[in-house]
Design a protein around this ligand. Sequence first.
Ligand SMILES: Nc1ncnc2c1ncn2[C@@H]1O[C@H](COP(=O)(O)OP(=O)(O)O)[C@@H](O)[C@H]1O
Ligand SMILES: [Mg+2]
Length: 357
Amino acid sequence: MLRTIGLMSGTSLDGVDAAWLETDGHEIHSFGPSLTLPYDAALRRDLRAILDLAPTLDADNDQLADATDRLTTYHVQAVEAIRRPADLIGFHGQTILHQPHLRRTWQIGDATMLARRTGLPVAFDFRSADVAAGGQGAPLAPVYHAALARDLPKPLVVLNIGGVANATWIGRDGSLVAFDTGPGNGPLDDWAARHTGARYDRDGCLARSGRPDKLVLDRMLSHPYFGRPAPKSLDRLDFDALFAESGISNLSAADGAATLAAFTVASIVCARFPENPVRWIVCGGGRHNPVVMDALRSSIHVPVDPAEAVSWDGDGLEAQCFGFLAVRVKYALPLSFPETTGARKLVTGGRIVSATD
Ligand SMILES: Nc1ncnc2c1ncn2[C@@H]1O[C@H](COP(=O)(O)OP(=O)(O)O)[C@@H](O)[C@H]1O
Ligand SMILES: [Mg+2]
């Protein structure tokens, strides 16, 4: 058993999540505290700008180096704020580019600095080995979802709604199917920021006050991504060109928000699995949006419950996952599988840097 602190900063750019966990990389022995450290507005703005620049950015770009430094400092502070001894850190880093078809996935963050400043070994670079093995490099959560769901009735779907949404289907025999279903909160966050100045549509108030536009929604759902078989994964900005052509910019703030929330839900509902699940469990920030949750419940005819219904930590779950995966890196256990990322084989990924490296 190892005590680990997992760190996840998702595509929503809202901040870094940290969570403590004790595990052997197979079973979860005990859960500890979790927390979110929100980024300051300047870092969020700079990271958002970097997302747009990333395809043409050099790794030694000054702006990138500066943002990486500030980002890593937040991670150091998140580890300190957990206030529990640990043996290992799992450091996902901030994804600024995800183009698996070009064999590229890019997470920023300085693992060496994090190790030195916390005095702990740090597992990082979880995705690139999978991409090098022909995989999507995402999602990596399925093996953790399966460990969490060990004693729950199956088939089961675990849905994570972050900036992008991803689903893990777990069969009766433990088999896994996983993929990004489509956008999660990302487009709605951007829309809310543009129209209201708020970081996201809190409690779905804006979306609730509008009506989805059927024509715009149908244009969005015509994206070829939805017809593609799994495994498949998305970049946070993959749908931006589609949004520009969809006519959404002509809608009112409320109707646009309603349309984007409906788009997230429709893209989740059209996901197909080998066998119908008996239940959906939802984690990630999207489960706090009642417009999204209500619409999911009215379209899916089995229970759709937030993570808390099965005593999981819905906000800390992704961070726990990277602590769990860090331990799997340490023990050279696979992180991904042909069924979850499309890699040609089981892939043990990640690297570990020690505090004295
Ligand atoms: N009260 C809320 N109402 C609506 N949406 C919320 C609420 N709380 C969080 N969210 C959504 O959750 C997002 C953060 O989710 P998170 O799981 O951290 O995503 P990521 O993993 O991409 O960082 C926010 O950007 C927002 O869209
Ligand atoms: Mg987040």
